[in-house]
Ligand binder design. Structure first.
Ligand code: 13P
Ligand code: SF4
Length: 388
């Protein structure tokens, strides 16, 4: 039987600060306890027919993901966003930066709807455009800017993607970071990697063989990033000091404990985990890679998975012939992904049926133009992912 070795802790601990930002979903939401919500979502979706296309990230709740036309990791969803040009409305069940990317990659006539505007990403919030522009100027003052290629993780705001587009840079996701970094090092000798230091470090060291000491961390709150001119001149990877609070919880100690207690257990983690965790794991990859690995695993195999809990629970339910263990003693949902629940989803779809387009995500034309350059550079890379 599939198991998730979790104590039952109350939810709602450690809510990210960014869940407080943005506009609360306006309008009369159906109550969460309403037993008719599933039927109402189905009826609204059927009424909209081909006018609506629902995209769902793998971290979404089961109650929402069941209505997705397409599910995927960030790369797949960015690619699929443009797959239904006939759909007037793209309802994005994911977080704000993903909906922004969908808006950039779809036609101007299509409207992208995020069912709850408070569904942000605390990592994306860790790099503000003004901070990145100041860092870029500091790199110029240090005399190295012309050697640096800016690479931003998909988990960043549209204006950071636009900054990369304007400055010869590119976007990457967790499934293609190696391919993208290889491309970046053909363009320059150094990379400024935004905003996730862990994905940048893990990919540089483990996939490209860049020595750990060539990776330095740029602290946006310190003058000159807290780095000397010599450190910058010597660095190959300049890693922005950002991280994911959800993946940051996994620890190498838990891996040691699990290996000692579950013989033969394999550890499968997302590359947003800390370097010390990734070093101890057997396999590392995006959410799509994690799903494919479990699907292809033999019956009876045991896995400890280090990624968001909705996905791990779904995998455990779908594979009762395998032992699936969550790689943390505590509950570890992404609180902002969880913002998209069935009441918000029903509210968004029923609003569309009623002729009101709620919570539209619209990137301004100039930002869109530049961000699209960086996104398109990624989408045009051959091979695209090391998983395909
Ligand atoms: P994936 O691209 O692997 O789906 O990851 C997105 C994300 O936000 C992970 O925290
Ligand atoms: Fe952002 Fe982390 Fe949530 Fe992914 S899991 S959306 S990186 S806060």
């Amino acid at each position: 039987m599939a198991t998730i070795d979790l104590p039952l802790l109350p939810l709602g601990r450690g809510i990210d600060l960014d869940s407080e930002r943005g506009v609360e979903c306006p309008g009369d939401l159906p109550p969460a306890s309403d037993p008719s919500l599933v039927a109402r979502a189905g009826a609204a979706k059927a009424a909209l027919g081909d006018r609506v296309f629902v995209l769902g990230h793998h971290y979404q709740r089961d109650e929402v993901i069941q209505f997705a036309d397409v599910t995927g990791d960030s790369f797949k969803l960015a690619r699929d966003a443009a797959a239904r040009p006939e759909a007037e409305f793209i309802v994005f069940c994911g977080v704000h930066f993903m909906a922004e990317s969908a808006d950039i990659l779809t036609s101007p006539a299509q409207r992208v709807v995020l069912p709850d505007l408070a569904a942000g990403c605390s990592m994306a919030d860790m790099a503000k455009l003004s901070q990145v522009e100041a860092a870029w100027e500091a790199l110029a003052a240090a005399g190295i800017q012309d050697q640096v290629v800016p690479v931003t993780y998909m988990n960043s705001s549209a204006d950071i993607k636009a900054f990369c587009g304007r400055n010869g840079g590119v976007v990457c996701t967790s499934s293609n970071a190696q391919t993208v970094l290889e491309w970046a090092f053909e363009q320059g000798s150094k990379v400024l990697f935004l905003p996730d230091q862990h994905l940048g470090r893990n990919t540089a060291v483990l996939k490209l063989g860049i020595p750990l000491e060539k990776c330095v961390v740029w602290s946006p709150r310190l003058p000159d990033g807290g780095l000397t001119a010599e450190q910058l001149a010597d660095a190959t990877m300049i890693l922005w000091q950002g991280h994911c609070s959800v993946h940051g919880r996994f620890s190498p100690d838990t891996i040691d404990e699990l290996r000692a207690t579950v013989p033969g257990i394999q550890v499968l983690v997302h590359p947003e985990c800390q370097h010390e965790v990734v070093l101890k794991a057997d396999l590392i990859g995006s959410t799509e890679f994690i799903i494919k690995t479990i699907e292809e695993a033999p019956a009876g195999s045991a896995w400890a998975i280090g990624t968001e809990l909705n996905l791990v629970q779904r995998l455990a339910k779908a594979h009762p012939d395998k032992r699936i263990v969550f790689l943390d003693r505590n509950v570890c949902y992404c609180s902002t992904m969880n913002r998209i629940d069935l009441p918000h989803f029903v509210w968004a779809l029923e609003s569309l049926v009623a002729g009101v387009v709620p919570n539209v995500i619209e990137v301004d034309p100039e930002t869109e133009r530049d961000a699209k350059i960086a996104l398109q550079r990624m989408l045009d890379l051959p091979g695209k992912t090391h998983r395909d």
